[in-house]
Design a binder for this molecule. Structure first.
Ligand SMILES: [Zn+2]
Ligand SMILES: [Zn+2]
Length: 372
């Protein structure tokens, strides 16, 4: 075994250092050499050296003994092995960085996992809402043992090896000194508890997989991609912890006539040339009923008409969106002789383009042909 450095020297202090100075020096050096932070090869050894020095000097009894007798080799069993009680890396991180980390109580209640379910619905179901049942596989607490995993009438016992912490410290003597590692308790597998007689329903793990039917109410007006949260319908919590939540992602199928943008509905209606030119009253399908729409004479293709309040109910708030109707003038592709003749007569009549809009439109085109 290598010659040990003086503990005061390790901490960079004089023999008269106060408790406060010892603590301060230790914290500074422990941070510097902590193997999680410092990746140098000798960091771990340095860290242990610092920790050992601190363990002795921070304890007034051990310090007095050290001041009087100097180093005592723990392997010789003198002084009750005071020098090598190395508590592992977990402790120091808990102490400096507020805990958490690897020292969680294995018996603490734990919230269940959230679950996600994707549901595809029809276009109109999204508009008007829908109630339905879905079946999801989820893990729940075993009813037979109430989640304890122990056979009814028995209870889990606290592990006698780790006393419920679920962790075991393993001390090894190495050429570099004593090493203390913390690992999951081998007696209880890290649970902190031993179940002598297992519940036969769940096999001792306190959980069962179930196909659970859940009633879902989809509100009117949901849109594609909407997310519904059902509190407490996720997986069961552990050791009395609350259940997780269930998130339902809504996918909405498209419709072959209606399009939707937010709360508004869009559709296209074909018009004949005669209807557009002479005007007409036509029927328009909406989400709920047919309504009449007056097409004024001289309507251009691509014109939008608005049907107020015929859109989607607003998910939040009152009222509904609108329906926007785009009219598209369809050029006839099959004409009989009589129709062709009439159109020829129409075209030969003078002054076809009397409308202001058409005038300017054709003027613009003519100018473009001239290269203006
Ligand atoms: Zn144990
Ligand atoms: Zn059970």
């Amino acid at each position: 075994m290598a010659e040990k450095r003086d503990y005061y020297e390790v901490l960079g202090l004089g023999k008269s250092a106060s408790e406060e100075e010892i603590k301060k020096a230790y914290r500074k050096l422990a941070r510097q050499y902590h193997p999680d932070v410092n990746k140098a090869d000798d960091a771990e050894a340095k860290f242990k050296e610092v920790k050992e020095a601190y363990d002795v000097l921070s304890d007034s009894g051990k310090r007095a003994q050290y001041d009087q007798y100097g180093h005592v080799d723990p392997n010789q069993g003198m002084g009750g092995g005071f020098s090598g009680d190395f508590g592992g890396f977990g402790d120091i991180f808990d102490m400096f960085f507020g805990g958490g980390g690897n020292r969680r109580d294995p018996n603490a209640p734990q919230r269940g996992n959230d679950l996600q379910y994707t549901m595809t619905i029809e276009f109109k179901e999204a508009v008007f809402g829908k109630e339905t049942d879905i079946t999801i596989p989820r893990t729940e607490n075993c009813d037979t043992c109430n989640g304890s995993g122990a056979k009814p009438g028995t209870r889990p016992e606290t592990c006698s090896v780790c006393h419920g912490s679920g962790q075991q410290e393993v001390v090894q003597n190495t050429p570099f000194g004593r090493m203390v590692n913390r690992r999951a308790c081998s007696n209880c597998g890290g649970r902190g508890q031993i179940i002598r007689e297992k519940c036969t329903t769940c096999g001792g793990n306190g959980k069962v997989k179930k196909q659970r039917k859940i009633h879902v109410r989809i509100p009117a007006g949901v849109d594609d991609g909407a997310q519904l949260r059902m509190a407490g319908e996720g997986e069961g919590g552990l050791r009395g912890g609350p259940a997780g939540d269930l998130y339902i992602i809504i996918r909405v199928k498209s419709h072959d006539f209606f399009d939707r943008e937010g709360d508004d509905i869009y559709c296209e209606i074909p018009l004949t040339f005669a209807q557009a030119a002479l005007g007409d009253e036509i029927e328009i399908p909406t989400l709920t009923e047919k309504v009449k729409l007056k097409i004024p004479a001289g309507t251009q293709t691509g014109t939008y008409f608005r049907l107020k309040g015929k859109g989607v109910p607003k998910l939040r708030g009152i009222g509904q969106g609108d329906q926007h109707v785009k009219v598209v003038v369809v050029t006839p592709s099959k004409l009989n002789e009589e129709q062709k003749e009439l159109l020829r007569q129409f075209a030969s009549l003078d002054g076809e383009f009397t409308h202001e809009h058409e005038q300017s439109f054709f003027d613009r085109m003519k100018r473009a042909f001239r290269g203006d």
